[in-house]
Ligand binder design. Structure first.
Ligand SMILES: *Cc1c(COP(=O)(O)O)cnc(C)c1O
Length: 385
């Protein structure tokens, strides 16, 4: 009877209009109808990436797109830097190690971001770095790495490519791939892009294409040059996720309807501020500082005296509020509140209100309504602007 209130950092809820748009007749991926859909859709995505480069569409989860970025640019034995500030940075490390790259790992404590100074110090003694891999939003902690500043350092200090995993924030966070100097930017469908899982999006700079053309490492299904040559014809090398591309087209139109991508980003910023104010008013800790907090997901500490696993189970069973637990060593200590994609300030008010109901059930010591009021004040202040 009740709908699951899905507040995970992916997968995320799908708008009705997107569901309807996906409920269409299938055309062949070699038809004129598909070419038109492909060309229009990839054009519409460009402002979300902040690029003039082509957007390549892979029929895959985000991980395959990360793998594509790695295997197309670097060969075994070459040196790379991986910045890791959490579980998804560690993903990049694993991919690079599997392919036999010589990985220099810049590791930070979970919950922190990597600063430009730290990257600069780290790069100083290193030579011949082929690529620097970094997560934009670290989904395990809700931190946003300062990509524009990190890109500047990579440009100034090295000839390396900057390869960015934007899976859990592109569509909800600002991205200026060209202006910042990102060489490869990757995202997936099921997080801030408001789509079901199964489609990933990749964009490549001119610099990176040169490196890719010279790279000798073999790849077949994930070969980006093959995607590029088919993209010239408005097609993909193999059967694409046609249904999801219908959906992506509609997602871009919904973003236009909201008033353009900048408006979508400010909605995410507002939701972030609402969640953070609510937790502060409830005396519940936040894993990250305000400065580096992601607009798409907030990692929240277990409320004092409450067994987190029991609390999350209770919220789901009693109130149909579905938060995500944590990954790795943060399990049992932290939970994650996803506020990305098809999520609005009203959804944040709903989730905070249901969470307060749960806190009362667990006899948590707080002033009932304090969290909702704090979030609402942030919301009202934004309306008055
Ligand atoms: C979810 C996620 C991935 C993995 O994407 P899949 O679609 O599960 O393969 C990679 N990086 C980040 C930052 C993510 O949030």
């Amino acid at each position: 009877m009740y709908e699951n209130v899905l507040r995970h950092p992916g997968p995320t809820p799908i708008p009705k209009k997107v569901q309807l748009a996906m409920n269409q007749d299938i055309y062949s991926h070699r038809s004129n109808e598909f070419v038109e859909l492909y060309r229009e859709t990839t054009e519409l995505v460009k402002p979300i990436f902040g690029t003039k480069q082509d957007i390549l569409l892979l029929p895959s989860g985000g991980t395959a797109a990360l793998e594509a970025a790695a295997v197309n640019t670097v060969s075994a034995g070459e040196d790379v830097v991986v910045i890791t500030v959490g579980a998804f940075g560690d993903y990049f490390v694993s991919i690079c190690e599997k392919y036999g790259f010589n990985v220099h790992k810049l590791e930070k404590e979970w919950g922190q971001a990597c600063t430009a100074e730290e990257l600069q110090q780290f790069l100083k003694p290193l030579t011949n770095i082929k690529a620097v891999f970094v997560t934009y939003c670290e989904t395990s902690t809700g931190i946003l790495n300062p990509i524009a500043e990190l890109a500047q350092v990579v440009r100034n200090e090295t000839d390396a490519l900057l390869i960015v995993d934007g899976v859990s924030c592109i569509g909800g966070a600002p991205a200026e791939m060209d202006a910042w100097g990102i060489d490869i930017l990757v995202t997936g469908s099921q997080k801030a892009m408001m789509l079901p899982p199964g489609l990933s999006l990749v964009s490549v700079s001119d610099r990176a294409w040169k490196v890719i053309e010279e790279n000798k490492a073999p790849s077949y299904y994930l070969n980006l040059q093959s995607y590029r040559s088919w993209a010239e014809k408005g097609m993909t090398p193999n059967t694409p996720a046609i249904t999801l591309i219908y959906g992506l087209n509609e997602v871009c139109k919904l973003i236009e309807e909201e008033g353009g991508f900048a408006k979508t980003v400010s909605r995410h910023e507002l939701m972030k501020n609402m969640v953070r104010s609510a937790m502060k008013a409830l005396n519940i800790g936040l894993l990250t500082d305000d400065e580096h907090a992601s607009p798409t997901i907030t990692a929240i500490m277990a409320p004092e005296g409450i067994v987190l696993g029991d609390f999350l189970t209770h919220l789901k069973q009693q109130y149909h509020l579905d938060f995500a637990g944590a990954l790795g060593h943060l399990q049992g200590k932290v939970f994650r509140f996803g506020h990305m994609g098809y999520c609005f300030p009203s959804d944040v008010l709903q989730a905070v209100s249901l969470m307060e109901a749960g806190l009362q059930d667990f006899s948590y010591n707080f002033e009932p309504g304090a969290g909702v009021r704090a979030a609402h004040e942030v919301f009202l202040a934004a309306q008055r602007k």
